[in-house]
Design a protein around this ligand. Structure first.
Ligand code: NI
Ligand code: MN
Length: 228
């Protein structure tokens, strides 16, 4: 399995001839090295409806005839743009061409900003556990620390966890270190940092602190890959 970090919370997983991209936010991210038109994907997994997670979903879905996977409300919103969608909700699992995807909880908010001053409900925010090739990968989405991360750590042998470290809108590094410990992840990829001034963090320091608690970190630069 190959995991490519595209900056912010956007991660792409290549496994078994298929590709999933999570939270595509490329055209709005000056740090991203890939453009939406570069992306080849079969599935687009959305953790929640905020713009910094869905901005390029429609363009990538149309260009690839890809299926958007999201909570019921967000999937329904996307389906009205004539896109292929698969709706899920928290606690549910689905099989995407042999890749098992489970939607898990996240403590955050989720809304769609329409033109003008209208804000509509985007369904519950979520994360994903992806099981394929005998490996387990967790993408936490945007979330604060919550105690049931310990439960996910007990129930899954997590090879890689992608955890937000940016603070302000999500967990910061201190809580992400606790999340990493509770999840028992072998390797942690920090996400959701440095994209905007309020979420600036020192990822190298975060990796050092992970190592001090006997866990590995991979602070990937946008465009870099990790093979597991
Ligand atoms: Ni968000
Ligand atoms: Mn976000």
């Amino acid at each position: 399995m190959e995991i490519t970090y595209h900056g912010h919370s956007c991660v792409q997983i290549h496994t078994g001839g298929k590709s999933l991209i999570i939270d595509p936010f490329l055209s709005g991210n000056p740090l991203a090295t890939a453009k939406p038109e570069d992306i080849v994907a079969d599935y687009i997994l959305l953790t929640h409806a905020h713009t910094d997670h869905i901005l390029d979903a429609e363009a990538i879905a149309k260009a690839n005839d890809a299926t958007i996977v999201a909570t019921f409300e967000l999937a329904t919103y996307m389906s009205r743009k004539q896109l292929k969608t698969k709706e899920m909700n928290i606690g549910g699992s689905t099989d995407l061409d042999g890749i098992k995807v489970t939607m898990i909880q996240a403590f955050h908010s989720s809304s769609i900003m329409l033109e003008g001053d209208q804000i509509i409900y985007g369904g519950m925010p979520a994360g994903y556990i992806i099981e394929t090739e005998g490996k387990t990968v967790l993408h936490a989405g945007d979330t604060g620390l919550f105690g049931d991360m310990r439960m996910y750590g007990e129930r899954y042998a997590i090879d890689v966890a992608m955890l937000p470290i940016g603070d302000n809108f999500t967990m910061g590094p201190d809580d992400a270190l606790q999340a990493a410990a509770w999840l028992g992840a072998k390797t942690v990829i920090p996400i959701h940092y440095n994209t905007f001034p309020p979420i600036r963090q020192d990822a190298a320091d975060f990796v050092r602190r992970l190592e001090a608690q006997q866990q590995k970190g991979a602070a990937l630069k946008p465009g870099e890959k990790l093979t597991i």
